[in-house]
Design a protein around this ligand. Structure first.
Ligand SMILES: [Zn+2]
Ligand SMILES: [Zn+2]
Length: 199
């Protein structure tokens, strides 16, 4: 079908007509935006592929994690209430301090009460703590909210989350889940795993 240059009138056009940014298509003498035709003809597929709210916020959380500056792991956190994002955070050095990506991590080892040895980065603030700090800085109440985190929180972040009044924690990847069992048993905080569609 012959195409016409952008800006030409679609009236009477037979075939395909381009007008940036929309693509117009003449069918049976009537002209419709192709985007409308496309959605109408594929509605079943497209509607079923729509992300749930949990997947939507978790996908955003993954993007937040991309700002992480610790080379050990990229972790993101997004605090939400009533489907509104209140604060975001990722793991990295405090504002003004050199980042792990510039000067390397500061790894230290510690022993947990059950005898496990774990390694952590001394330089960074965890993503959940940074999100809570951002909410505090901006005066956003996060009580009764939810937090989306790329990984389950460490025991220290979970303890703080309990005291913020956040009740629901959504995560994508489990991380040392066994260390959280006792705290979860005594508190009203719930952990939920979110499954994302394959990319
Ligand atoms: Zn680090
Ligand atoms: Zn933590």
């Amino acid at each position: 079908m012959p195409s016409q240059p952008a800006g030409s009138s679609p009236s009477g056009t037979v075939g395909v007509y381009w007008k940036s940014p929309l693509i117009w298509e003449a069918r049976n003498g009537c002209v419709k935006p192709r985007s409308v035709i496309s959605i109408a003809s594929q509605r079943g597929d497209e509607m079923s592929e729509r992300l749930s709210w949990d997947q939507y916020f978790m996908t955003i959380t993954q993007q937040v994690a991309e700002r992480s500056t610790c080379t050990r792991a990229k972790v993101g956190a997004v605090i939400v209430r009533d489907k509104n994002i209140l604060a975001t955070g990722y793991n990295g050095a405090p504002a003004g301090m050199p980042h792990c990506t510039d000067v390397g991590c500061l790894i230290y080892e510690s022993k947990t009460p059950n005898g496990d040895t774990e390694q952590n980065c001394f330089r960074t603030i965890h993503a959940e703590m940074n999100a809570i700090a951002q909410a505090a800085k901006n005066g956003a109440s996060i009580k009764d909210g939810a937090i989306y985190i790329t990984h389950t929180p460490c025991i220290h972040c979970l303890k703080v989350l309990v005291n913020t009044g956040i009740r629901e924690i959504y995560y994508e990847k489990p991380y040392k889940l066994h260390t959280l069992e006792e705290l979860l048993r005594y508190t009203q905080v719930h952990l939920h795993k979110i499954e994302l569609p394959p990319r």
